[in-house]
Design a protein around this ligand. Structure first.
Ligand code: ACM
Ligand code: ZN
Length: 723
């Protein structure tokens, strides 16, 4: 009998040990990187299912924070620590204790302290505690299973650099359901963001219920069909629509609020209003008829500012919007409103006269008509205790006096606005338009609107222009990335476009510039990617691909290929078009000099199997390749890349104008002189131009070829005009 007992006991012990010995280590190498992390030599705190999460009694917000933390731990470790209210001064053992500390300077700052006995997370406000919880959550391995998690002893003192940390989502071009909006909000929280800019109205769909104007959703939320691709003139012949009821909007606002995220609604006016005009044609200058738009672009039919009924319509809509959204800010758009209709509209011209709106050297009377509209709406919203945000077009004319400006066409609008004393949110398309491609190698990418902002480019954004003085710098209140959804029809594609670029943005928004380092960021990224993996998120994996720099070297008469990866993984390449591998390929050691036509392929090989995509480039040689080249007119700085040599580097342009393979010459002829350096026969000359009308990029209208023996006197030998 004794023997049997003994045997049973041993069995039980073995079982218990199997679950208690598994240990996993947490680490604070999170994104965004905290401002100060100091570790001590003490033993780590052991987080397991017996740990309590304590919060001060009668603090409902901290109670909810405690519940969030318990839920986050459960997602990683499959056990949910119990939460417990404690009285002031009450000590709890083996606990994570949440609390407030008025001594913490920043409203969103926190201090996280870990000792072998426990963890405390204090914030000046509950918001700060929430960010401490996010840091702790991201420190824990995403897949901790049932393990005891060892949390390193030490202290984190952290606060955000910017008070406005936003992500935008356009639900006008495509509609995404409430459940996904919540998931998106969860992503914002994971990245320490505090503002969701919800772009609710568009030419292609009105997405928010307005009780006084039911046709906005009956008619305006539906379109008969959608153009295929980039305005191909072919359509899918499928009706498309959707909108959020006011109840759903309130539910989203509450969901966001619980995660310390403010929802800023945008009603884009006076342009991007075709869905509203289709619903109420009397609000437009011509009276219609109008249709909810089925293609992408900027359209001439806008709100008739001369029509008092249309202005009252805008005020009525915003009256309902402010009831739904408690945010201090309401975004009223102001972008891309063509003046064509106003110029011809008797009502608008009468308004210009009655308001004494005058053209000057910089602005037309119609520019001032838009300013009249924005200022009037601003006054209206100010009277309701709200402030406005507008896109940087609102600087064209008389800026609404208290407006905050969202700088999207690069940073100049924001710079100018800050100098004028306006608050500014930087959302430059050159860095944080997440509808742009995330790689220059676009051939396997889903269609995007154009542009190119890879992860590193996002990361490199410094939102505060150095040319501002200290006072002006204070007006840069934050940063946001925008996601326009013309080419994004599914939630999976939203994830693909925003992740992991949101991670880079998070660090721009949160971390001090002197602490930012892209290499270091990429080393911390896998820990966050493991969260994305666990949640089944569809993120871009471009960060593991090979980066290449290909240039023409006229001295060596060679195309030089320089390769790198973020983690210095070994790269193997071939030049004969065969599949590269560790067996079939040359190990890359230094820049490769290619002196004849080559079909280049390369792969980075990693022990964990996380290999790069195969990088491939066709390099062609002709009589101009790698010869010295001069340009008479320089390309636009936006499209100059490596300059003239881009034209003779053996590479053809891709289907993206922003790949670095195309130079852009706005309004000027391209005059290139290529020094062939010896007398040579030319039988054929060819060149290519990219045309992308959706980005206002036009082709060439003629080509002329001239030759010279001395580089001075040129003789035209061929020319052609193109319609
Ligand atoms: C914008 O991208 N039209 C603000
Ligand atoms: Zn009008």
């Amino acid at each position: 009998m004794r023997k049997l007992n003994h045997a049973l006991l041993a069995g039980a012990l073995a079982l218990a040990c199997a679950s208690c010995t598994a240990e996993k280590e947490a680490n604070y190498q999170v994104i965004p990187l905290p401002q100060e992390v100091s570790l001590t030599q003490e033993n780590p705190f052991k987080l397991n299912e017996n740990v309590l999460i304590a919060y001060p009694e009668n603090n409902a917000l901290l109670q909810r924070n405690a519940e969030f933390l318990s839920e986050y731990i459960q997602q990683a470790a499959n056990y949910a620590p119990k939460t417990k209210a404690i009285a002031a001064g009450e000590q709890v053992k083996n606990a994570i204790v949440l609390g407030l500390d008025p001594g913490i300077a920043n409203k969103e700052g926190y201090v996280l302290t870990t000792t072998p006995e426990g963890i405390s997370i204090n914030g000046q406000t509950e918001n700060g505690v929430f960010y401490g919880i996010q840091t702790l959550r991201k420190s824990i391995p995403a897949e901790a299973k049932e393990a005891t998690i060892l949390i390193p002893a030490g202290e984190i003192k952290d606060e955000p650099r910017f008070s406005y940390r936003g992500m935008h989502l356009d639900v006008g071009r495509h509609f995404f359901p409430k459940e996904f909006i919540k998931k998106y909000i969860d992503l914002l929280a994971l990245h320490n963001m505090n503002t969701f800019h919800w772009h609710l109205t568009e030419d292609q769909g009105w997405r928010i219920e307005i009780k006084k104007y039911p046709k906005l959703t009956e008619i305006g939320s539906q379109r008969s069909r959608t153009v295929i691709g980039r305005n191909t003139q072919e359509y899918d012949n499928t009706p498309y629509g959707g909108f959020f009821t006011q109840e759903e909007a309130k539910e989203i606002v509450k969901y966001a609020q619980e995660r310390y995220i403010t929802v800023i609604p945008e009603v884009d006016l006076p342009g991007h209003m075709l869905a509203a005009l289709a619903s109420y044609p009397e609000l437009g200058c011509t009276g219609g008829p109008y249709e909810v738009e089925k293609t992408w672009g900027v359209f001439p039919d806008v709100i008739c500012i001369g029509n008092e009924k249309a202005m009252v319509f805008l005020e009525d809509v915003l009256s309902e919007i402010v009831e739904l959204f408690p945010s201090e800010y309401i975004h009223i758009g102001g972008d891309e409103a063509p003046r064509d209709r106003w110029k011809k509209c008797p009502k608008c011209q009468a308004r210009i006269k009655s308001e004494n709106l005058k053209a000057d050297k910089k602005h037309t009377a119609e520019d001032r008509l838009q300013s009249y509209c924005m200022s009037r709406i601003e006054k209206f919203l100010n009277s309701k205790g709200r402030r406005i945000i507008g896109w940087d077009e609102i600087l064209e004319g008389d800026v609404a006096p208290n407006a905050t400006v969202m700088s999207w066409r690069g940073m100049n609008g924001g710079l100018e606005a800050a100098k004028l004393g306006h608050d500014v949110i930087m959302t430059p398309n050159t860095y944080v338009y997440f509808d742009y491609y995330q790689t220059a190698d676009t051939k396997d990418e889903p269609d995007a609107i154009g542009g190119c902002v890879p992860l590193e480019k996002v990361y490199s954004l410094e939102p505060v222009p150095a040319s501002l003085n200290e006072n002006e710098k204070k007006h840069i209140i934050g940063v946001q990335a925008n996601l326009w959804t013309e080419y994004i029809a599914t939630t999976q594609q939203i994830e693909y476009m925003v992740l992991p670029r949101m991670a880079a943005l998070a660090e721009v928004q949160w971390t001090l510039p002197e602490k930012k380092d892209y290499r270091n960021f990429t080393k911390r990224l896998p820990q966050l990617l493991a969260f994305y993996d666990r949640e089944g998120l569809n993120y871009g994996k471009h960060v593991f691909n090979i980066d290449s720099k290909i240039t023409s070297d006229p001295e060596k008469k060679a195309v030089m290929i320089e390769l790198s990866t973020i983690d210095d993984a070994p790269i193997y390449y071939t030049l004969d078009g065969t599949e590269p591998s560790a067996k079939n390929g040359t190990l890359y050691k230094e820049p490769i000099a290619v002196t004849q036509a080559a079909n280049f392929k390369a792969i980075a090989i990693r022990p964990n199997g996380n290999n790069s995509k195969i990088k491939s480039e066709q390099i062609d040689f002709n009589k101009a390749t790698c010869r010295p080249i001069e340009l008479k007119n320089q390309p636009s700085p936006k499209y100059s890349y490596d300059g003239a040599i881009v034209l003779v580097d053996g590479l053809k342009g891709t289907n993206s104008y922003a790949s670095g393979r195309w130079l852009g010459f706005p309004g000027k002829d391209v005059e290139a002189t290529i020094h062939l350096e010896e007398s040579t026969e030319i039988s054929r000359v060819s060149t290519e131009a990219i045309i992308d009308l959706s980005a206002w990029i036009m082709g060439a209208c003629g080509l002329s070829v001239a030759v010279s023996d001395d580089g001075k006197d040129f003789r035209e030998v061929a020319s052609k005009d193109y319609p």
